[in-house]
Design a protein around this ligand. Structure first.
Ligand SMILES: [Cu+2]
Length: 172
């Protein structure tokens, strides 16, 4: 009985630590977890990408940028308040991931941006991209395409999207 209880406790802990839907991509000391993006409306020229990046090493690393076949440019963006309006801005000097820490790229926060889409993102499909880190080098990742209102990977959506995302102006 006691042994069985421990068995289930271990199972539960494992289930909590590792959601079934999560996909990790690892290179060196960098782990990229569950990259996802959203369906893009007809005619959209940009799409946002989200993920969690963990630095398992002992030194800081930086996400410098990347490339995707489906877009002419692939940028790192951050959100900044500007006169009470949330605007996104390109990060050109890289996104730092401190040793032992994780950085969440999520709606309303820092994100990746596919710019100049060659074809729309379709729900259920995957978008391939390569991320480039200063130390860990290149990491091939696979973004799962979620519904247009999704706030996280694997959710069916329904919530509001990133405010003003569709009409947001890029300052470059
Ligand atoms: Cu953006």
């Amino acid at each position: 009985m006691h042994r069985l209880a421990i068995f289930f406790a271990v199972l539960l802990a494992a289930a909590l630590a590792q959601p079934a839907c999560a996909v990790d991509f690892v290179a060196g000391n960098v782990k990229v977890s569950a990259p996802w993006t959203r369906v893009t409306p007809k005619g959209a020229t940009v799409g946002a990408g989200y993920m969690s990046i963990t630095n398992t090493g002992g030194a800081p690393d930086r996400l410098l940028g990347g490339a995707a076949e489906v877009a002419s440019d692939f940028e790192i963006h951050e959100m900044r308040m500007d006169n009470g309006v949330m605007r996104m801005r390109q990060i050109t000097n890289g996104l730092e991931i401190k040793p032992g820490q994780s950085v969440e790229l999520k709606p309303g926060s820092s994100h990746l941006m596919f710019v100049g889409l060659k074809k729309p993102f379709v729900q259920g499909e995957h978008v391939k991209a390569t991320l480039t880190f200063e130390k860990a080098g290149k990491v091939e990742v696979d973004f799962s395409v979620e519904s247009i209102g999704a706030q996280r990977p694997g959710s069916t959506g329904g919530g509001p999207g990133m405010p003003g995302m569709g009409g947001m102006k890029h300052g470059h």
